[in-house]
Design a protein around this ligand. Structure first.
Ligand code: S3P
Length: 169
């Protein structure tokens, strides 16, 4: 057991939470946990399969169960699926468990980063950019409630990793 606070990385899809999170965890000696992977492992299904077979509401329930499950011992970095932290009351729950950092990007930047990836059911729509704009407008005020907000646009992964590590110390 160590006494490092848990670090929760939140933010919209495509802001680099998993990539940045893995590198930060390695550098800071934190255990890396990805909420989507934990849910996929528990269900034995991929995220698109869960959405298709059980629906979004069931997936949100799984996210809440993940947070309640005592997943996080001390000294974990948890990369949170983009919709996890914006569920009602969830940001306060996460802030009660550790430090919460938001990775921020514009709708256009998110669109560019996610457009060739088909594993996000919410973006499998006719006009993904419009969907991102709509969802981001709703979610952005909640992401901004984090302890620390970090702009990722125009920055390399290693710059963002450095910023997160300095802010965590
Ligand atoms: C979602 C984000 C995804 C995944 C699911 C729903 C969302 O995670 O949990 O497709 O509602 O924003 P990433 O943010 O890791 O892509």
């Amino acid at each position: 057991m160590n006494n490092k606070p848990n670090l929760y990385l939140v933010g919209f899809m495509g802001t680099g939470k998993s990539t940045v999170g893995r590198q930060v965890a390695q550098r800071m000696g934190l255990e890396f946990i990805d909420s989507d992977h934990a849910i996929e492992a528990a269900q034995g299904k991929s995220i698109p399969e869960i959405f298709a077979e059980k629906g979004e509401a069931a997936f949100r329930e799984m996210e809440r169960a993940f947070v309640d499950s005592g997943h996080a011992r001390e000294g974990c970095l948890v990369s949170c699926g983009g919709g996890l932290s914006v569920q009602p009351g969830m940001m306060d729950v996460l802030k009660g468990k550790g430090l919460v950092f938001s990775l921020m990007a514009t709708a256009k930047g998110i669109y560019e980063r996610t457009r060739h990836n088909s594993n996000r059911p919410l973006l499998q729509v006719e006009d993904p950019l419009a969907e991102i704009e709509k969802l981001l407008a709703k979610r952005d005020p909640i992401y901004r409630e984090a302890h620390c907000c970090i702009l990722t646009e125009g920055r390399t992964v290693s710059e963002v990793v450095g910023h997160v590590c300095r802010s965590y110390k």
